[in-house]
Write a protein that binds this ligand. Structure first.
Ligand code: NAD
Length: 327
C-alpha cells in the first residue's frame, strides 16, 4: 500500500469512527455494535503502526473516547481518567505480560483479575468524609459534573468514615433485571427502548432530571482508589480499602499469582459470564504492585500496566429488541 492510499484510508476511518464515538458517548445511541467499532479502530491502529508519521495527536487512537456534553457543568480531573488497551486472545495476553516483564524483570507478575462491567466510569471525590462530586470520564481530562444524579444511587454513600481527601473510581451500571424493567415501562409508555444496559446506564446518569435517575436503580462497583495522605501499595489493598469505607466492590475480583491462574480466570468467566446479574464485556488485569505500575507507565490513552481482555462478541438480541426501535 502506498502512503497516499494509507492516508486516504486513515482519513476515512477517522471520520467514521468519530461519528460512531459521538453517537455512543454523547448521544448514548450507537448505530453499530461494539465488535464493528472495535474492528474499525484496530484497522486504524494497524495502519497507523505501518505509517507512524501519519499519526496525529487528534487521531481517535490517541485520545480517550468520550466527549464532554454542554448539558452539565465541566469538572477538571485531578488525575486523568484513562481508557484501557484491549486484547482478544491468550497469545495477546502473553505479549502484554512480556512488555510488562521488560520493566519488572520477570514474567511471573502478580495481577488483579477484575470483571469488566459494561457500564460507564464514574469518579467520586470525598472531602472531610462527605461526597463532594461525582464526575463522568468525559474526554479523560474534563468530565461532566453529575453529582446530583450520583447522589441518588443507593450503593454510593454520601459520607465515608475518613477525613482524607479521597478519589474513588469505578463503574456505574444497570443490573440486567433493572434494564428489562425500564424497557418494559418504556414500551408501555410508547417510548423507544434502550439498546443495552450500558446505554441505559449512560443515558440515565447523564439525565438532567435527578428524579428520573432516582427511579432507575443504578448500581456501582468501585475499583480505583487515590489517597495522597494514606496511599495503598497494591491494587488489591485499594479494593479492600474501598470496601472498608462502605462502597461496593465486585466480589468476583481475585489475585492471579501465576499465568496459569490468569488463564483459569479467563476460562471460568468466559463460561460463566451469562450467569451474572449484570453484563460484562471482558476481564481487566492490573499489575498489583502500585510502584511497579508507575514504573511500567502510561500511553496518552491507557495505562501500560493494565489490559482489558475482551470476550468475543455475542449475538444476543432479545425478541423485543428485534421488533422495536431502540434508543
Ligand atoms: P473500554 O470501555 O473498552 O475500557 C475502558 C473502560 O472500562 C473504563 O473507562 C472503565 O469505565 C471500564 N471498566 C469496567 N470495569 C473496569 C475495571 N474493573 N477496571 C478498570 N476499568 C473498568 O474503553 P473505552 O475507551 O471506554 O471504550 C471503548 C469501548 O466502547 C469499546 O468496547 C467500543 O466497542 C465501545 N464503543 C462502541 C461504539 C459503538 O458505536 N458501538 C462507539 C465507541 C465506543
Amino acid at each position: 500500500m502506498t502512503k497516499e492510499q494509507a492516508s486516504k484510508l486513515i482519513n476515512d476511518l477517522r471520520i467514521k469512527l468519530n461519528e460512531w464515538a459521538k453517537e455512543y458517548y454523547v448521544l448514548d445511541n450507537p448505530s453499530i455494535d461494539d465488535a464493528e467499532y472495535d474492528k474499525a479502530i484496530h484497522e486504524l491502529i494497524d495502519l497507523e503502526n505501518q505509517f507512524p508519521d501519519l499519526i496525529t495527536p487528534d487521531s481517535i487512537t490517541q485520545k480517550v473516547g468520550g466527549i464532554v456534553s454542554d448539558k452539565f457543568e465541566k469538572y477538571t480531573h485531578k488525575y486523568p481518567m484513562l481508557s484501557l488497551g484491549d486484547i482478544f486472545s491468550w497469545d495477546e495476553f502473553l505479549n502484554f505480560n512480556k512488555q510488562v516483564a521488560k520493566v519488572t524483570d520477570t514474567e511471573d507478575n502478580e495481577y488483579t483479575a477484575e470483571l469488566k462491567i459494561d457500564g460507564l466510569s464514574i469518579s467520586l471525590i470525598y472531602k472531610d468524609g462527605i461526597l463532594q462530586n461525582g464526575v463522568t470520564r468525559g474526554d479523560g481530562k474534563i468530565g461532566e459534573n453529575v453529582t446530583n444524579n450520583v447522589k441518588t444511587i443507593k450503593s454510593i454513600p454520601l459520607c465515608i468514615p475518613s477525613k482524607d481527601e479521597i478519589e474513588i473510581r469505578g463503574e456505574v451500571f444497570l443490573a440486567k433485571k433493572e434494564f428489562a424493567k425500564i424497557n418494559e415501562e418504556r414500551l408501555l409508555n410508547g417510548e423507544q427502548i434502550f439498546a443495552n444496559p450500558r446505554n441505559a446506564a449512560a443515558g440515565t446518569l447523564r439525565q438532567l432530571d435527578s428524579k428520573i435517575v432516582a427511579e432507575r436503580n443504578l448500581d456501582a462497583y468501585l475499583y480505583y482508589y487515590f489517597n495522597e495522605t494514606n496511599p495503598e501499595e497494591t491494587q488489591i489493598e485499594s479494593i479492600n480499602q474501598i470496601k472498608k469505607l462502605g462502597l461496593k466492590t465486585n466480589p468476583e475480583t481475585k489475585i492471579c499469582k501465576t499465568l496459569d491462574e490468569v488463564k483459569a480466570y479467563i476460562e471460568y468467566y468466559t463460561e460463566k459470564r451469562n450467569e451474572l446479574d449484570y453484563e460484562i464485556d471482558g476481564i481487566v488485569f492490573k499489575l498489583n504492585d502500585k510502584n511497579l505500575q508507575e514504573e511500567v507507565g502510561y500511553t496518552t490513552k491507557t495505562p501500560k500496566w493494565a489490559i482489558a481482555y475482551k470476550f468475543p462478541a455475542e449475538v444476543k438480541q432479545t425478541k423485543l429488541l428485534d421488533i422495536f426501535p431502540t434508543v
